[in-house]
Design a protein around this ligand. Structure first.
Ligand code: ADP
Ligand code: ASP
Ligand code: MG
Length: 445
């Protein structure tokens, strides 16, 4: 069994949906097809949810109506026959009536999650009707029947596997099982989601849960590039990445993958292939335990924005033990994870990307010493296999960023990563200069 996931742009127009149907049916191997919402939908639903949270019902209703007219146009071009079109209208009626109802009644985070789930529920049903129209024996499985997270927002892969296998067994003999990315049930049994971009995570969780041969993530670009193509012009796809490298890149901002999506595949040793729906002949990127014979090379850069840097300076740290533990306990208390950390004899600097509890955290840290905070920081992450074995990598990195004020640098935490922290206003310059010095000059390959 293979798992194929298609992102929002890959199902973003009727023509693209036709192409997806072609890609998943051109051979008869059994597949689970995970779909995102049609592009733009989740953003629209987030906007509607925000309006309702702010009590702006009229604006929310208008947004729902405009989304509906988008879908009305979409289904007209999706089908060739009257019967599936009619069924699709019924699907739209059902889901848009629910959205209208949500606009009329009390709106809490519970209703918000139900609202956010509508995108994937719509795309999968519309696609399912199209595959049936094309004569394929496709089955639609509701992710809400098998995908769940615990009270700690962690998926239970064994449980997901048992439930999904039972559903597939119940409907055995089919070639295509279609399901929703992103959505799940939480420990209370309420509709929830795996956070923005979470369909990648769904695909990898399914792959791990049923021990799939491979997980393929199909998107609008031909694989993981060596730098952020939204910022840097001269980027190229990377043929092979290890799980560790891909996980670092995803975590540190390579938007092509959800930050958590590599971990289940890595744990259960399921290869992940990144492919382009636009250029389906392109090789793409294979992510596996094998480095692909490219040990000792710097492979890619990624950048993660909206980072807050915190420095705690205290002479009490000098020769003291237990100081770091006390500091870490503050972050643990507020369930805030730390990305980078550097220490000197009298100060410790660290970064967080979630500033929900920043006020509380600072309140407690103030007891330990002088606290400095810098917001709008960016972590630029240099990833490669065994970066530490490369001679002169650090010199090249330092030479490259010589004119950029670097706030922190972290190296040696893993063999895959050098991270540098800069003010976000220097992000573009940093990515471009490193791209030039680490890749264009071919000094490291
Ligand atoms: P999908 O909707 O298919 O999930 P995303 O928009 O989430 O697609 O991810 C694909 C996008 O990720 C690309 O269009 C590209 O702009 C962006 N991206 C950022 N960093 C990278 C990278 N290192 N390699 C490839 N794509 C990247
Ligand atoms: N539709 C969700 C989002 O836009 C999940 C996904 O596309 O992966 O974030
Ligand atoms: Mg995505």
């Amino acid at each position: 069994m293979q798992v194929f996931k298609f992102g929002g742009t890959s199902v973003g127009s009727p023509e693209r949906m036709h192409k997806v149907a072609h890609l998943v049916t051109k051979n008869k191997t059994t597949k689970i097809v995970v779909l995102s919402a049609i592009s733009g939908t989740t953003n629209a639903l987030v906007k509607i949810g925000n309006c309702l949270m702010e009590g702006k019902q009229a604006v929310a209703k208008k947004e729902v109506a405009s989304l509906r007219s988008h879908y009305d146009g979409f289904i007209k071009d999706l089908y060739g026959e009257e019967a599936p079109l009619h069924r699709a209208v019924e699907v739209l009626n059902k889901h848009f009536s629910l959205m209208e109802e949500l606009c009329e009644n009390a709106f809490t985070t519970v209703e918000e999650k139900i609202l956010l789930a509508q995108g994937e529920l719509l795309s999968t049903q519309l696609f399912h009707h199209y595959t049936l129209e094309q004569g394929h024996d496709a089955v639609l499985l509701s992710a809400l029947d098998f995908m769940s997270i615990t009270a700690d927002e962690e998926p239970d892969i064994e449980k997901i596997g048992l439930k999904l296998s039972a559903l597939i067994k119940e409907k055995s003999g089919h070639h295509l099982y279609i399901t929703q990315g992103y959505i799940c049930l939480n420990h209370l049994g309420d509709v929830d989601n795996l956070k923005r971009g979470g369909s990648d995570y769904t695909a990898s969780l399914i792959g791990a849960a049923i021990a799939a041969e491979e997980v393929q993530i199909w998107t609008d670009i031909d694989g993981m590039h060596n730098n952020d193509p939204r910022v840097v012009d001269e980027t190229h796809p990377i043929a092979n990445l290890t799980f560790d490298e891909a996980a670092e890149l995803a975590y540190f901002g390579a938007k092509i993958l959800h930050p958590s999506s590599i971990l289940p595949a890595q744990k259960y040793k399921i290869p992940v292939r990144l492919k382009s729906t636009i250029d389906d002949k392109a090789q793409g990127t294979l992510i596996s335990a094998d480095a692909g014979g490219t040990q000792g090379t710097v492979k890619a850069l990624a950048a993660k924005d909206q980072i807050t840097a915190i420095k705690i300076k205290s002479s009490r740290m000098l020769l003291a033990y237990g100081f770091l533990r006390k500091i870490f306990e503050v972050f643990e208390k507020y369930k805030t994870s730390i990305d980078m950390i550097t220490t000197s004899e009298v100060a410790v600097s660290l970064t967080i990307d979630d500033d929900t509890y920043l006020g509380d955290i600072l309140g407690e840290l103030n007891k330990f010493g002088l606290v400095d905070v810098d917001t709008n920081q960016t972590i630029v992450c240099i990833v490669g296999h065994m970066v530490s074995e490369e001679k002169g990598v650090l010199k090249k990195v330092f030479d490259s960023v010589v004119d950029i004020p670097v706030r922190m640098i972290s190296f040696g935490g893993s063999r895959n990563n050098i991270s540098i922290l800069v003010d976000s206003s220097y992000k573009e310059r940093t990515l471009k200069t490193l791209n030039e010095d680490l890749f264009s000059k071919k000094v490291l390959s």
